[in-house]
Design a protein around this ligand. Structure first.
Ligand code: DGL
Length: 284
């Protein structure tokens, strides 16, 4: 593809480990309706949240490589785990601006906290990477005001559509009780899937706790960055085109896709793992 990536008419690329990043695509599309967006979900290799740093970095490089090859003007890393493990590496190796979900979420939380503690929930990889903790500390939050919790069961519960279900209620209580006891006033939903659990989490944490949805924070950061680079496409009358690429078509993919995107996905292009692996990570 020979599109000039400095051209505002080029699409924005978004990737995630699977379908959860469609929450980010949705937020981006709502905020920037004139932009074309290409989404890649690595559904053949999901989950990333349980995998180690090197594996996630390799997968993320291939995902971003595919999008750059498709001519995107910016890559948005919708996956929190990939943002945690691979953002710096992608910035060093890719030819287009790279945006991750962690910093926008951190900034929103720091701006919103009312002097209490800030909680962060995410996959095991995201929490163990320490990136959210570093970001909050760099923003001036003392260590005893940062509380983190891995919530590995949340992703499968959302994928099974169990929002509001008794099993989800149990998992929410189990994971979030320590954060409630510590009286966090702000809770970062540090995973693509967790916005789908906003009601369950909000009910348990109570109305005084602000839930930070990293999808919204990221969409606003993407808008600012594109404007700064004069790459924003802001023709009011234009309805941007959405294209979907997946490395596998999961069972119930239409149902899960509609859950995250808010509408059905009409057409999907499948990219085989052999094609993905051809995007070699030169820095390894
Ligand atoms: N997309 C991942 C994240 O936001 C959640 C799913 C996974 O573990 O791959 O961390």
């Amino acid at each position: 593809m020979n599109r000039d990536v400095n051209d505002s008419t080029s699409p924005i690329g978004v990737f995630d480990s699977g379908m959860g990043g469609l929450t980010v695509l949705r937020a981006l599309h709502e905020r920037l309706p004139a932009e074309d967006i290409i989404y890649f979900g690595d559904t053949a290799r999901v989950p990333y949240g349980t995998k180690g740093e090197k594996t996630v970095r390799t997968f993320a490089s291939q995902d971003a490589g595919l999008l750059v090859d498709l001519g995107v003007k910016m890559v948005v890393v919708a996956c929190n785990t990939a943002s945690a493990f691979a953002l710096e590496h992608l910035r060093e190796t890719m030819s287009v601006p790279i945006l991750g979900v962690i910093n926008p979420g951190v900034r929103t939380a720091l701006a919103g906290t009312r002097g209490g503690a800030v909680g962060v929930i995410g996959t095991s990889g995201t929490i163990r990477s320490g990136r959210y903790q570093e970001g909050l500390a760099a923003g001036g939050l003392e260590a005893d005001r940062i509380l983190v919790q891995e919530c590995p069961l949340f992703v499968p519960l959302v994928e099974e559509g169990l929002m509001g279900h008794a099993m989800t209620k149990m998992a929410v209580e189990e994971y979030l009780q320590p954060l409630r006891d510590a009286q966090v006033d702000t809770l970062i939903l540090g995973c693509t899937h967790y916005p789908a659990l906003k009601d369950d989490i909000g009910r348990f944490m109570g109305p005084d706790v602000t839930l930070v949805d990293s999808a919204d924070a990221l969409a606003s950061a993407a808008q600012d960055r594109l404007a700064e680079l004069s790459l924003l496409r802001d023709d009011d009358r234009r309805e941007g085109k959405l294209e979907f690429y997946l490395s596998d078509i999961p069972w119930k993919f239409q149902e899960i896709g509609a859950r995250f995107l808010g509408k059905p996905i009409e057409e999907v292009i499948t990219v085989g793992l052999d094609e993905m692996e051809a995007f070699v990570d030169n820095n390894d």
